[in-house]
Design a protein around this ligand. Structure first.
Ligand code: HPA
Length: 272
């Protein structure tokens, strides 16, 4: 069975769980899974039940595909995602993104936990991703291109839709939430960066660094989804103190920032 047939089979399986036609989907990053508490759930499907779906293994990721309603709007939420560092291929990582398109999604909202490399950032702040740098991770479109999914050489001049960024800015202002903006630098992980690497990433133009999102955004652009993405800054890479960064600290910081994050995403969904 080729990849396209696998996508069709997974899509057909999932379609049975909903009678609505969701056009917005949300991918929830590390420590941000509680957002599902705001959703009136119609169906919850563990990833391991979905044909051909990879299975998430990281602590803090629940691994559920959710159909539901938020303020009456039909949405899909993915609680938990697949990371390249877990050993999946880049194609596996973006498998769910393609299914979202097959299910009729038009707009994809992505969240993640990220390390701040812009020295003006503080732990717990939110950052709207305005652009990304992908060279330090594997491109999910490497290999034979399936024209049914998208073009061989996709344009990446507006990977994060300007109209959605503008909406988020207005919402942040209205809610009085201090939201930063910046460039997300994608890495494979699983090591956090060395001090020299954090400096290099900043020097190259990154404001935050993380181990997810970039591959999803590439596949989403390839297949024609509108993307908005936001990071929760969970640690500061460029820093003076001699402290270390742990996964626990990242999860804790994401949890603490979650109410702010949820408010932003909820309001954005209302305004799309
Ligand atoms: N680096 C890479 N990925 C991350 C970080 C970081 O500092 N924090 C959260 N995800």
């Amino acid at each position: 069975m080729n990849s396209y047939e696998k996508l069709l089979e997974a899509t057909e399986y999932l379609q049975k769980f909903t009678s609505s036609k969701p056009e917005i989907a949300v991918i929830l990053g590390s420590g941000l899974g509680n957002f599902t508490g705001e959703i009136k759930i119609e169906a919850e499907i563990p990833y391991e039940q979905i044909p051909h779906f990879p299975v998430s293994t990281v602590e803090g990721h629940h691994g559920k595909f959710i159909f539901g309603f938020m303020d009456g709007r039909s949405i899909i939420a993915m609680a938990g995602r697949f990371h390249f560092y877990e050993g999946y291929t880049a194609e596996d990582v973006v498998f769910p993104v393609r299914i979202l398109k097959f299910l009729g999604i038009k707009t994809l909202l992505i969240s993640n936990a990220a390390g701040g490399v812009n020295p003006t950032f503080r732990v717990g702040e939110l950052m709207i991703i305005t652009d990304h740098i992908s060279f330090a991770t594997s491109n999910p479109l490497l290999g034979k291109n399936d024209e049914k999914l998208g073009p061989r050489f996709p344009d990446m001049s507006e990977p994060y839709k300007k109209v959605l960024i503008e909406k988020a800015r207005l919402i942040a202002r209205k809610l009085n939430i201090d939201v930063k903006e910046g460039i997300y630098f994608g890495v494979t992980g699983p090591t956090f960066e060395t001090r020299a690497e954090y400096k290099m990433i900043h020097f190259l133009g990154g404001d935050a660094v993380g181990m997810s999102t970039v591959q999803e955004v590439i596949a989403a652009n390839h297949i024609g989804l509108d993307v908005f993405a936001m990071s929760v800054i969970t640690d500061i890479g460029i820093r003076e103190e001699e402290n270390i960064i742990t996964h626990e600290e990242v999860l804790l910081a994401a949890k603490e920032a979650e109410p702010k994050f949820s408010l932003m995403f909820r309001e954005l969904i209302r305004n799309i």
